[in-house]
Design a protein. Structure first.
Length: 79
């Protein structure tokens, strides 16, 4: 009797797209706002940058995905 190969039929895994990382300009703008919120007092620009990057990354991850809705077109034909 020949050996049969067992083939598992698992559902294909859906690829999870990674949330887009914040851009350089977005991080720079948020870091500047952090500086302004501090009252323009001297601080560590690197810490402002890292804080801005963290805030923006968390905001992107916590934002619910928008789903596209298909609109149904109603066509009426006048006789």
């Amino acid at each position: 009797m020949p050996k049969s190969k067992s083939v598992s039929k698992e559902a294909p895994k859906k690829s999870r797209k990674a949330a887009p990382a914040p851009t350089y300009d977005e991080i720079a703008l948020r870091a500047y706002h952090i500086y302004l919120e501090r009252g323009t007092t001297p601080g560590d620009p690197m810490q402002d940058w890292l804080e801005a990057e963290r805030e923006l990354s968390e905001a992107v991850q916590s934002t619910p995905k928008k789903t596209a809705r298909k609109s149904k077109k109603i066509v009426s034909i006048a006789a």
